[in-house]
Ligand binder design. Sequence first.
Ligand code: FES
Ligand SMILES: [Fe+2]
Length: 373
Amino acid sequence: MTTAVSSLLATLPGDRYTDPENFRREQERIFETAWFCAVRSADLDKPGAYRTVQVGRESVLITRNRRGGLRAFLNVCRHRGARLCTEQAGQVRRSLQCPYHAWTYDLDGALTAAPNLTRMPDVDRASYGLHTVELREWLGYAWVCLAAEPPSFEETVMDGVAERLGGDEVIGHYGIESLALGRRRTYDVAANWKLIVENFMECYHCATIHPELTEVLPEFADGFAAQYYTGHGPAFADEAEGFTVDGGAGFARLPGVPDTHDRRYYALTIRPQVFVNLVPDHVIVHRMIPLAQDRTVVECDWLYAPEVVASGADVSHSVELFHRVNLQDFDACERTQPAMASRAYRKGGVLVPSEHHIGDFHTWVTEQLADPD
Ligand code: FES
Ligand SMILES: [Fe+2]
């Protein structure tokens, strides 16, 4: 009798999804070390706009300064450590004032005023600015890195995108940085972030839980995800006019998308916390914000040509397709999460051949957590 054991790979063991200490290590060695896609640049639309985002164990404050540039800081007052901005988003005129004793910082993080400052010569303004965080803009998003010496953005972010899409130039076809936000949905998912990544990477589940998606992308019914291959985009069904919930027409093809990429769907994971979905008339970007070993907030943006959004066109048919996919996927992840703590999953499960590429993700995570030699 032959067995199929050789075609199976082990998953991670269950405690890697449930252990708070393992999650703390992931925060330190992954989310506080890698480039983290924090906010959409256009959400900070004018000087004084700010957002706060949880990155690993830190709250990061991102502002637009008077000159129109983006800056990032640790959201911690230099006086006695109060959270400087307690809201997720806001708008100030020209400075950020701590709600505790009113130390005041300009939009570049410099300490500009404090009660009785002139009578406290030891408080040197230049020494008590906010701690800055490295920030890089790409694809219309602000990516931040908490590492003292950030890894190369080109090598750890951009090269991976080019490799998955089969060329440096492919992501540029979609002009993502100049698209406009058509819709945003935020999902609070009771699952470990790695379950969400693994789920996004495979399509073995597509035939079971994604009836609308497999209708538009019939190849997905076979269980092999776009991410199983390099540079491959499944074709739309012949009868599908667009990437919409009912197969109805979408919008005009984005101007840079070549014929080779028309009527096709591409997807990629940017480690550690971003998914990008590319179709001819729109782009969907997911950003995960892992908050606990069993809780991950996912912000999902549907991006369209600026003229589509400006015209007030109804984007709900395309939004609805991937919104349903998201709900179906996150529901599956939430059903999996409690079972990670079961004795039945102590040693983990198995990856079938169409899931083998998930093993690379597991290897990457394990490497990040390993102690340096
Ligand atoms: S803690 Fe911010 S001003 Fe005192
Ligand atoms: Fe899915």
